[in-house]
Design a binder for this molecule. Structure first.
Ligand code: ZN
Length: 621
């Protein structure tokens, strides 16, 4: 087997970065990496900052250091050069390696990739098919000119997180990078004050928490919760369809999308796949096809003369199926892949999968996953918009993006937790537990094993509390903990729409750039009450951030959130709030940049001072 060395890119790692579980299936390539390190110079100039010292550092690493789950810190900036692979089985990295998948994938013969910290830069000498990585914080100007804005990082998060699986994987990567320890719900837990942990469920919900050093039995959880899912079309179990010389992809609608906005967009697919890997077994992997591979075309005005007067009323069963290819082009591939499957042997699962989905689609997935079509056992795919999230507006005051509802809240919550629990020292004076809970399936009512309607959050609180008091069990410890806990249910809110101002109640008209909207509903569609709103607004006062109020008009229906579900399911005091936005549930939503930073600062303050604020008011004493 000839050795093909391709320089896949060089990633600068920050000195402060911890690298955890760096390599698994790419192990053999890492061995090559050390051995061939000098070779890379033939394929591209080493980055200027690659000093002799860093070269030595890399050379000193034994292959076993990379292969085993291992943690080490680096003392100075380091460029890791990614290398080639000869093995057919090697796949792009995972976990914290996930981040560079796209960079790696756009190169030929990809077998491994690098990990980088949140603000690192990427220099690459490869030919990239895909778009450039989102700009780093230092290069992107944000409305308001704040140098500490988290908006650029939010854009990166949005662009990575096309599905709840990807959002969860990215949250997990950031938590691991920050040194949080991963727990598994199936294993025993041993947590302790000062410790920082998280677990995922179904790889679409995630719960992260940090225990104060001064934790005392019965002290509460301070949680910010949001959701990872957004409305979108999802592929049917049998998606292959064809009509009038086109290959269509059958989809079912997920949630209450503004489905007309999905027409005439450059679409693709992303989700999770079950793959059989040679020498590894059956594995759960994520896939994201970055290039636009399909589209839902509208009907021309000439064939639909009344559309502007009578409205665009697509039939969701017959009109929403994206077009993948023309039949004539797909037949070219079909004859090729039939020969392949005959020679590779019949596999029952794949035989049915091939019948169920267009071979062309399977081929694209296989290329993306660096496997054969036969190795794809099953998948769960969403239709996604390929247009990246971006800053917009004359003064750069807007974010234009899909999935703001509710990845914007998810990101602000996660980031606030990470930044207030950077290390054990940041928890020195904390006597409570800070947590983030991001749930799947909110858009369809939260009734799933990983949704807010499941006991996932209660079980986590129960387990953590019981373990922490295991040596001195006391009566009602979990119930007391819950009564002392507080939940911020964060979900996007409806900003006043300039062209439809009458849709808002006259005195409750949330505006962009004016902070988190506290949502009230007398009928408990939102869980906010006077006490929870008061306490959360007290946090805002101390943090110096604004808030605004919302109630829906009495002659209109009201949306809901995970707030009432968690409040009623767990019995936790809850405030419902959210950043104001427009175009909610459109494929392309918009919100204000300042509100993102306000929400982040509000959540940060909540984690840092709520223990003190909570002491101001006692209701049931
Ligand atoms: Zn939402």
């Amino acid at each position: 087997m000839g050795t093909h060395i391709n320089l896949l890119g060089a990633c600068k790692m920050q000195p402060s970065m911890m690298m955890t579980r760096a390599i698994a299936h790419t192990g053999s390539e890492i061995v090559q990496f050390s051995r061939h390190f000098g070779v890379m110079a033939q394929f591209g100039k080493p980055p200027a900052a690659m000093t002799t010292t860093t070269l030595n550092f890399v050379k000193q690493q034994k292959s076993s250091d990379f292969l085993a789950p291992h943690r080490f810190s680096i003392s100075e900036p380091l460029f890791m050069v990614m290398i080639p692979g000869q093995s057919q089985n090697a796949r792009p990295g995972f976990g914290i390696l996930e981040r560079e998948k796209n960079l790696a994938r756009s190169c030929a013969r990809v077998c491994c990739c690098a990990s980088i910290s949140g603000s690192s830069s990427i220099s690459s000498s490869t030919t990239q098919e895909g778009r450039d990585a989102a700009p780093s914080s230092s290069t992107l100007e944000v409305g308001g000119g704040s140098k500490t804005s988290i908006v650029p990082d939010l854009l990166q998060f949005l662009n990575k997180s096309w599905t709840p699986f990807h959002a969860t994987a990215e949250a997990k990567r950031q938590l691991l990078e920050a040194g949080f320890e991963q727990l598994c719900e199936e294993e025993e837990w041993a947590v302790q004050p000062g410790g920082r942990y998280f677990f995922t469920r179904n790889m679409s919900s995630i719960f992260a928490f940090a225990i104060g050093q001064k934790y005392k039995a019965g002290n509460g959880f301070h949680v910010v919760a949001a959701h990872t899912d957004s409305p979108c079309p999802k592929l049917k179990p049998v998606s292959a369809a064809s009509k009038a010389g086109f290959l269509n992809v059958g989809v079912q609608t997920y949630g209450s999308g503004l489905w007309h906005t999905w027409f005439d967009r450059d679409l693709s697919v992303a989700g999770r796949v079950i793959v059989r890997r040679k020498g590894v077994g059956v594995v759960h992997e994520l896939v994201k096809v970055e290039r636009p591979i399909m589209r839902i075309p509208t009907l021309a005005i000439h064939l639909d003369r009344t559309v502007n007067t009578e409205g665009f009323l697509p039939n969701l069963e017959t009109h929403l199926a994206p077009v993948l290819a023309t039949q004539i082009k797909s037949e070219l591939l079909a004859s090729k892949s039939e020969t392949t499957s005959q020679t590779e042997g019949a596999n029952g699962a794949m035989y049915s999968a091939k019948k169920a989905h267009h071979p062309l689609l399977l081929q694209i997935l296989a290329e993306e996953l660096n496997c054969t079509v036969e190795e794809i056992l099953d998948f769960e795919l969403s239709v996604c918009d390929t247009q990246p999230s971006c800053i917009g507006g004359a003064r750069k005051e807007f974010i234009f993006s899909g999935r703001l509802d509710n990845l914007a809240s998810s990101f602000c919550a996660l980031r606030a937790l990470l930044d207030t629990c950077e290390d054990a020292a940041s928890l020195t004076d904390e006597s409570c537990i800070r947590a983030v809970a991001l749930f799947d399936n909110e858009e369809v009512g939260s009734d799933s094993a990983q949704g807010a309607g499941s006991p996932v959050m209660f079980q986590a609180m129960n387990r953590i509390t019981r373990w922490l008091v295991r040596e001195t069990p006391s009566e009602g410890i979990v119930e007391r903990t819950i009564r002392r806990s507080f939940l911020v249910s964060a979900d996007m809110a409806h900003a006043l729409h300039p062209n439809y101002a009458e849709r808002h109640e006259d005195h409750h008209q949330p505006k962009l750039h004016e902070g988190l909207v506290i949502k009230y509903n007398a009928n408990q569609r939102y869980a906010t009450n006077t006490v929870t709103a008061f306490l959360f607004k007290e946090v805002a006062k101390v943090a110096g951030v604004p808030t605004q109020n919302f109630v829906v008009r009495n002659d209109m229906g009201c949306g809901s959130t995970i707030g009432p579900i968690l409040a009623s399911g767990i019995g936790i005091r809850t405030v419902d709030c959210g950043m104001p936005q427009l175009s909610m549930h459109s494929i392309r939503e918009m919100c204000g940049t300042e509100d993102v930073d306000i929400a982040y600062n509000h959540f940060k303050a909540f984690y840092q001072i709520f223990t003190t604020i909570d002491k101001q008011l006692s209701v049931d004493a």
